[in-house]
Design a protein around this ligand. Structure first.
Ligand code: ASP
Ligand code: MG
Length: 409
């Protein structure tokens, strides 16, 4: 049996017309000879009636700090509603289906409320459905711990469900249907000539996703990669083939083609970042300063990023909503940081950039030509990050996209 896992995101199943469209996609995939396993996420987006955020607000309006266990129970409802609705729609289209919750689908999690990992899957019920020609529709984003508690998988976790099922069922493909064409060289809302990438490696898409491209959850990629199951990112709304994520493309008659990482794959960004700067010469007793600072921030549960410790200066960033708390923590240590509230991190992602001279020179050239100041920079073997003022973010992304000619094939 050739199996495909097809995951439909919230915006793909938000209305009856869309659910009919999804039914047609499922039908045509079956007509191609595949057994289809469907994964759904909650319908719609923020402010829609059954979206995950709406369900969270429902309970936090009554109690801002609900027990994690109860929060998971309400968060998991969204996928159940959309799964039942899709199943009802398919029935009207003469496609027999059965909705399964995460636990019914045999998804066993590690017990970590709100951010569980999948331990293993026992796909007995799914296989029973498939053997009878029934389309199993699995609720994404949820599973059950061995103690019998319902867990959610972290925001965006239905991609992870799809990927884990693809691996467990040894699927031919994992299809992630969403509201964008596929993986692009930059956010098309910001960059006019952003281009669809037909093929990317697992590594490339992972780096893009980690640095802010919101196409597929990075954990889902990591899981698919473990067994080399090809993943396709596709739009529910168009016929476009989307982006194929794989390391190897082998046709039946063709020799195996190895796809390699590109020098530069794309430009991504994350905003709502605050930069903290502490000049050590202004501190009366700077002994053990670094330790005090980072320990206190950790105790206050503040996550730091873009960390740069030098004898004269200590710099780091925090999510902007934690900036106030961060200042408080430092004040208690008699430290007055300089805080730049409206920052954004722009990333140049290229898994093959390591050891290639001149990339940073082009980054600086692009930003200088556009009069954009780099507040801080950092790099890894696959990325260069620049911190810029948020007001410059869009221009920075466009300038870098142009400089590396990513709009050209
Ligand atoms: N509905 C969940 C969320 O909003 C899971 C998902 O959409 O992937 O995070
Ligand atoms: Mg999602």
């Amino acid at each position: 049996m050739k199996i495909i896992v097809q995951k439909f995101g919230g915006t793909s199943i938000a209305s009856r017309d869309l659910r009919i469209r999804v039914g047609e996609i499922i039908r045509s995939t079956r007509d191609e000879g595949y057994a289809v396993v469907v994964v759904v996420s909650a319908m719609g987006r923020k402010n829609d009636a059954y979206a995950t955020d709406t369900l969270i607000n429902l309970v936090t309006d009554t109690n801002p700090n609900p027990a994690p266990r109860e929060l998971d129970l309400i968060m998991a409802c969204g996928e159940q509603i959309s799964g039942v609705m899709l199943s009802a729609q398919l029935a009207t289209m003469d496609i027999e289906s059965q909705f399964l919750t995460g636990p019914q689908a045999g998804i066993v999690t590690d017990g970590n409320f709100g951010n569980a990992h999948i331990r293993y899957i026992n796909p007995k019920k799914i296989m029973e459905c498939l053997a009878q020609g029934i389309v199993p529709i699995v609720a994404g984003f949820q599973g059950m711990s061995e103690e019998g508690e319902l867990n959610t998988l972290g925001r965006g976790g239905s991609d992870t469900t799809a990927s884990a099922l693809g691996v467990a069922l040894n699927a031919e493909f994992i299809d992630i249907f969403t509201d964008v064409e596929g993986v692009m060289t930059a956010d098309p809302r910001i960059v006019q000539n952003a281009r669809l990438l037909d093929e990317v490696t697992y590594n490339e898409i992972c780096q893009l996703a980690r640095d802010g491209a919101k196409v597929v959850h990075p954990r889902a990629i990591e899981i698919a990669m473990q067994k080399g199951i090809p993943l396709r990112v596709r739009s529910t709304f168009t016929e476009s083939v989307g982006t194929l994520v794989t390391n190897r493309i082998a046709g039946f008659d063709e020799p195996v083609k190895i796809v390699s990482d590109r020098l530069i794959t794309g430009i991504t960004y994350t905003s709502n970042i605050a930069q903290f700067k502490i000049i050590t010469s202004q501190i009366e007793n700077p002994r053990g300063l670094e330790l005090k600072i980072f320990k206190s921030l950790a105790l206050a549960d503040i996550s730091v990023d873009f960390i740069n410790v030098q004898p004269e200066i200590i710099m780091f960033t925090v999510p902007v909503e934690q900036a106030g708390k961060g200042v408080e923590v430092l004040k208690n240590l008699d430290i007055m940081p300089a805080v730049e509230h409206d920052c954004a991190k722009v990333a140049i992602v290229g898994a093959a950039m390591t050891g290639i001279p001149g990339i940073m020179a082009r980054v600086v050239e692009a930003l200088t030509e556009s009069d954009i100041q780099i507040l801080q920079s950092g790099d890894s073997y696959t990325n260069i990050w620049c911190l810029v003022k948020k007001q410059n973010m869009q221009r920075a992304v466009q300038a870098l996209h142009d400089k590396f000619e990513l709009g050209k094939k």
